[in-house]
Design a protein around this ligand. Structure first.
Ligand SMILES: Cc1cc2nc3c(=O)[nH]c(=O)nc-3n(C[C@H](O)[C@H](O)[C@H](O)COP(=O)(O)OP(=O)(O)OC[C@H]3O[C@@H](n4cnc5c(N)ncnc54)[C@H](O)[C@@H]3O)c2cc1C
Length: 457
C-alpha cells in the first residue's frame, strides 16, 4: 500500500453510492487530514442496489435496510462532508471547481477541488412512449425508485408488465410473482436474456413458464394507457392490450457520462468515461469509477463497459487510494455476472461465441449436462455448462453455468481461469474439490473441458 507524502488538499466526489463512497472512504482512511466532499443528488448514499429485488419481495423489510453506511456515520465516523440532494451541474477543469445546485433549498454555489472523483453511475433507460410518464410506470435503479415501487406494492396490485428480459427483468419477474402478482414480460429482441446462450435461455424460459410468468419476445411496445384513477392500467404492444397496475421498465442502462463529457474529459467508444487502470481519466486530477466509467477487460485486453456493483466497489477503492497518493491498478474484469430466477441459478463469465467471433477469434463451443453431486448421492440436479474457447490457441474465452444448485459459484472457476488466461487443457487439469454431497468425481466444469478439448486444434 504505497502512499506518497503529497498533501491531500480538497477532494470533491460526485455521486455517493458504491463507487463514490468507496473512493471517499479510502481517501479519508489514507489521508485523515483531507477535506473530502461528496455531492449526491439523490436522498440516499452507500446502498446495495443489487439487493433491491429481494427487499421488494419482502413486505416486512424497510427499503432503507439496504443502506450500508448511513449519512450520519459517513460524516461522524469517516469525516466525510456529505451533501445529499445536491447535484453537480458543471465541472470546470480550468478553474478546478464544480458548480453545485441545492435541489431542496434552491440556489447554486461553486466548490473548488485539487482532485475530483466522478462516480455518477448509470441511469435506467426510460422509454419515450405515449403514456410512459403515467404514475405506476417505474424503473428500478436508485433506492428512491425502490421506495416508490415498494409503496405501490403496499396497495396489492394484481398485474405487472415487466419490459425487458435482462437480468433485472428476470429477477423482478421472480420476486413480483412471489409477491402474488401476475407477471407478463415483454422483450423487444427475439430472445429472453439477449446475448446469452440458447440453452440457458431455454432453461430460463421453462422456469418462468412453470411459475406462471407469461412472456413475449419480439414484442414492440407502443405505449401505456391510464385507468379511471389516472394511474397506469395497461401496456399496448403489437396491437394487443396487456392489463397492468404496475409497469416496470427494465430496458437497460446508460452511463451518466454527460457531465464529464461537457467538461472535456475523454469518453470511450462504449459511451462511458475513459479511464486507465489507475482509474485516472484524460485529466490528471480527475478519476472516474463505477458504472459511469469503462473497465479494463482482461480477455479483450482493452476497455469495456459492463456496469456492475462488484466493479464499482473495486474501482472506487482504487480511485480513492490513488487520489490519496498511492499507485494502485485495477486488474480488470472478465465479464462475470449471475442471477437467480425462481429455483434456477444462472451465471456467466467472459465472452459468448458471438462476441468472440466479433472480436476476431475462431470460437469453438460445447454444452454439457452433468449432475451436481456424486452418482449415488441423493437429491442431485443437473448442472449445464457451456464453454467457449479459441480453436487455434485453445484459450478459454467464456462460459455459462445454469442449474438448481452449485451453478452460480461454479462460474467463479471460469472467472478465475479467464483472469489467468488459461487454455482448455489447463481447465481440464484443474484439481477441483470432489465430495459426494457437493460434486461428482468429474465436476461439470471438467466434463465440459474434456469435451471442448476435442474441438481445439
Ligand atoms: C435492481 C438492480 C440489481 C442489481 N444487481 C446487481 C448484482 O446482482 N450484482 C452486481 O454486481 N451489480 C448489480 N447491480 C448493479 C449495481 O447496483 C451498480 O453497478 C452499482 O450501483 C454502481 O455503483 P455506482 O456508484 O457506480 O453508481 P450508482 O449506483 O448509479 O450511483 C451513482 C450515484 O451518482 C449520483 N449522481 C449522478 N450524477 C450526479 C450529479 N451530477 N451530481 C450528484 N450526484 C450525481 C446518482 O444520483 C447516484 O446515486 C444491480 C443494479 C440494480 C438497479
Amino acid at each position: 500500500m504505497a502512499t506518497s507524502d503529497k498533501p491531500p488538499g480538497r477532494v470533491v466526489v460526485v455521486g455517493g453510492v458504491a463507487a463514490g463512497m468507496s473512493a471517499a472512504s479510502q481517501i479519508r482512511r489514507r489521508r485523515p487530514g483531507a477535506k473530502v466532499t461528496v455531492f449526491e443528488r439523490g436522498g440516499y448514499i452507500s446502498y446495495g442496489a443489487c439487493g433491491m429485488p429481494y427487499n421488494l419481495e419482502d413486505p416486512e423489510r424497510a427499503i432503507d435496510d439496504l443502506v450500508v453506511l448511513s449519512p450520519q456515520k459517513a460524516r461522524k465516523e469517516r469525516g466525510i462532508e456529505l451533501e445529499l440532494r445536491h447535484e453537480v451541474t458543471e465541472i470546470d477543469l480550468e478553474r478546478m471547481d464544480v458548480e453545485v445546485a441545492d435541489l431542496e433549498g434552491g440556489g447554486r454555489r461553486r466548490e473548488p477541488f485539487d482532485a475530483l472523483v466522478v462516480a455518477t453511475g448509470a441511469r435506467a433507460v426510460r422509454l419515450p412512449l405515449p403514456g410512459f410518464d403515467l404514475p405506476g410506470v417505474e424503473v428500478l435503479r436508485t433506492l428512491d425508485d425502490g421506495a416508490a415501487i415498494k409503496h405501490i406494492l403496499e396497495d396489492d396490485p394484481a398485474q405487472v408488465v415487466v419490459i425487458g428480459a435482462g437480468y433485472i427483468g428476470m429477477e423482478m419477474a421472480h420476486v413480483l410473482t412471489e409477491r402474488g402478482l401476475q407477471v407478463t414480460v415483454l422483450e423487444k429482441l427475439s430472445q429472453l436474456l439477449p446475448g446469452w446462450h440458447e440453452e440457458t435461455v431455454a432453461m430460463v424460459a421453462d422456469e418462468l413458464e412453470s411459475h406462471g410468468v407469461a412472456f413475449h419476445t419480439g414484442a414492440a411496445v407502443e405505449g401505456a394507457e391510464a385507468g379511471a384513477d389516472g394511474t397506469v392500467a395497461a401496456v399496448i404492444a403489437d396491437g394487443k392490450t396487456f392489463e397492468a397496475d404496475l409497469v416496470l421498465v427494465a430496458a437497460g442502462v446508460r452511463p451518466n457520462a454527460e457531465l464529464a463529457a461537457a467538461a472535456g474529459l475523454r469518453i470511450g467508444d462504449t459511451g462511458a468515461i475513459w479511464a486507465n487502470q489507475s482509474q485516472q481519466t484524460s485529466h490528471p486530477a480527475v478519476w472516474a469509477a463505477g458504472d459511469c466509467a469503462e473497465a479494463y477487460h482482461r480477455v479483450l485486453r482493452r476497455n469495456a463497459w459492463i456496469p456492475l456493483g462488484t466493479t464499482a466497489n473495486k474501482q472506487g477503492r482504487i480511485a480513492g487510494a490513488n487520489v490519496a497518493g498511492a499507485d494502485e491498478r485495477f486488474a480488470g474484469i472478465v465479464g462475470t455476472a449471475g442471477f437467480v430466477v425462481f429455483d434456477l441459478e444462472v451465471a456467466r463469465s467472459g465472452l459468448s461465441e458471438k462476441e468472440a467471433r466479433a472480436e476476431g477469434f475462431d470460437p469453438v463451443a460445447v454444452t454439457i449436462r452433468q449432475r451436481s453431486r456424486a452418482h449415488a448421492y441423493p437429491d442431485s440436479s443437473p448442472v449445464h455448462v457451456h464453454l467457449v474457447a479459441d480453436r487455434e490457441s485453445g484459450l478459454l474465452l467464456g462460459g455459462e453455468v445454469v442449474g438448481r444448485e452449485g451453478a452460480a459459484l461454479r462460474s467463479n472457476i471460469l472467472a478465475t481461469a479467464l483472469a489467468a488466461h488459461m487454455t482448455v487443457a489447463d481447465v481440464q487439469n484443474l484439481d477441483l474439490v470432489y465430495a459426494p454431497p457437493f460434486a461428482p468425481v468429474w465436476d461439470p466444469i471438467l466434463v465440459a473441458a474434456n469435451q471442448l478439448i476435442k474441438k481445439v486444434s
